[in-house]
Design a binder for this molecule. Structure first.
Ligand SMILES: [Zn+2]
Ligand SMILES: [Zn+2]
Length: 356
C-alpha cells in the first residue's frame, strides 16, 4: 500500500536549533525538502559514522560529529555506495574546520551528545529494565499460546472474514501506535510521577537522539509495547481455553482481529527501530519496508522534522497520509488546548532546547 507524499506539515518553518519559530504554523512547500530531510540526513550520517567507528575500532571518531549533510537523502540501496564519499567529506570537513567541529561536538544540536539526550538516557533505571523483561516474557508466552490455540479454531468457510479481521487488526494497530505516540509526544512531561520517567522519557529521547533506538537491545526496544499487549492477550487466552468449540468457531474472525492487533502493536517499536536502521537489516525487512507493508524509512523521516507534529503512526504508516489530510492531530490538539489551556509539545521543546 503505497501512499502519495503528504502536503507539507503545517509548521516546517524552523527557528535556529530546529525548533518552531513564532507563528511557525505556515510554510511553503519549498521548505519541505530542506527542512524535511536535514535531520534524517544527519541521522544517516551518524549511523554511518557509528558503523565506521565499529569497523575501525581504535581510531579516533573526530570526523563523525562534524560530518555535513550533502545532497538529497539517499535511499537504502545507495546508502552503502555513498558511505565512503560521506566518510571522505566528513574527514576533510574535520581537517578544514577543526574549530567548528570542536564547537559542534561540544554543543550538538541533537544526537547522543546532546545534553538533554544524555540526561534522558541516564534516567533509564534497573526497575524499568525489570518491568520490560517481565512484560516481554509474559507477552511472547501468551502470544505463542494463543497462536497455537487459534490454529484449531480456523475454518475455511470463515476465510474471508478472517482475512478482513487480520487486515482490520493491522489498521487498528497503526492507529493505536499513532494515538499513543501523539499523546506521549504532545502532552505530559518527564517530571510527571512514575509515567514521566518510565514512559514519556523514551519519546523525548527519541526526538533529540533518534539513533539511540538503534543501540537499544530487544528488551528495551519492545518492553513497553509488550506490556500494553499483555492484558488483551491474557483475556484472549482465557477465552480460548474456556469457550466451547462451537462458540470458538463463531468468534474466530474476531479473535484473529484481536490477535493481529496485539502482534502488530507489540512489534511496533521493533518496526520503528528498523525504520531508523540503515545498515545490516535483513533482506526480508527491507522488502517489507520497500513494499510499505511495515513503516518505510523515508516515510518515517517526515515525522522527524521539528516540531514533530505529524505522521505519528509507526506500525505500517498507512494512516499517516489520510490523518494528515483531515488534520486529525491538529483537531485533537485544538480541543485539548481549548479545554486545558496546555500548549502542545511544550515539554518536548524544553528538552530539545537543553544545552547543558
Ligand atoms: Zn515522535
Ligand atoms: Zn522515529
Amino acid at each position: 500500500m503505497l501512499l502519495p507524499p503528504p502536503p507539507p506539515p503545517s509548521s516546517l518553518l524552523l527557528a535556529p536549533g530546529g525548533s518552531a519559530g513564532p507563528g511557525g504554523r505556515a510554510a511553503g512547500p519549498e521548505l519541505e525538502d530542506e527542512a524535511g530531510l536535514r535531520e534524517p540526513q544527519d541521522e544517516e550520517e551518524e549511523e554511518r559514522g557509528r558503523v565506521r567507528a565499529m569497523a575501525q575500532r581504535g581510531q579516533p571518531r573526530a570526523a563523525e560529529g562534524s560530518s555535513k549533510p550533502g545532497g538529497p537523502a539517499s535511499s537504502s540501496s545507495s546508502s552503502s555506495s555513498s558511505a565512503s564519499e560521506a566518510e571522505a567529506a566528513a574527514a576533510s570537513a574535520a581537517r578544514e574546520e577543526p574549530e567548528a567541529a570542536e564547537a559542534a561536538a561540544a554543543c550538538p544540536r541533537w544526537g547522543a551528545q546532546h545534553a538533554g539526550a544524555r540526561e534522558l538516557a541516564e534516567l533509564y533505571s534497573p526497575g524499568k529494565r525489570l518491568q520490560e523483561w517481565i512484560s516481554v516474557i509474559l507477552c511472547f508466552s501468551l502470544m505463542s499460546f494463543n497462536f497455537y490455540k487459534l490454529l484449531f479454531c480456523l475454518k475455511l468457510e470463515h476465510a474471508f472474514s478472517i482475512i478482513i479481521g487480520i487486515f482490520a487488526g493491522v489498521i487498528t494497530a497503526d492507529f493505536v501506535s499513532g494515538l499513543v505516540h501523539w499523546g506521549a509526544d504532545t502532552w505530559g512531561s518527564v517530571d510527571l510521577p512514575i509515567v514521566g520517567k518510565a514512559f514519556i522519557r523514551p519519546f523525548r529521547e527519541h526526538h533529540i537522539d533518534p539513533t539511540a533506538i538503534t543501540r537499544h537491545d530487544f528488551i528495551e526496544t519492545n518492553g513497553d509495547n509488550c506490556m500494553l499487549a499483555v492484558v488483551p492477550l491474557a483475556n484472549m487466552a482465557y477465552k480460548l481455553v474456556s469457550l466451547a468449540p462451537e462458540a470458538l468457531h463463531q468468534t474466530c474472525p474476531w479473535e484473529c482481529y484481536v490477535f493481529a492487533l496485539a502482534v502488530f502493536a507489540t512489534l511496533t517499536n521493533q518496526i520503528h527501530k528498523w525504520s531508523h536502521t540503515y545498515f545490516g537489516l535483513p533482506r526480508w525487512v527491507v522488502f517489507l519496508q520497500d513494499w510499505h507493508i511495515i513503516l518505510p524509512r523515508k516515510h518515517h523521516r517526515i515525522h522527524h522534522v521539528s516540531p514533530h507534529e505529524t505522521y505519528f503512526c509507526i506500525t505500517t504508516g498507512w494512516l499517516n497520509y489520510p490523518l494528515e489530510k483531515i488534520r486529525f492531530w491538529r483537531f485533537l490538539e485544538n480541543i485539548i488546548q481549548g479545554v486545558t489551556g496546555e500548549k502542545p509539545r511544550a515539554d518536548d521543546m524544553k528538552w530539545a532546547q537543553k544545552i547543558k
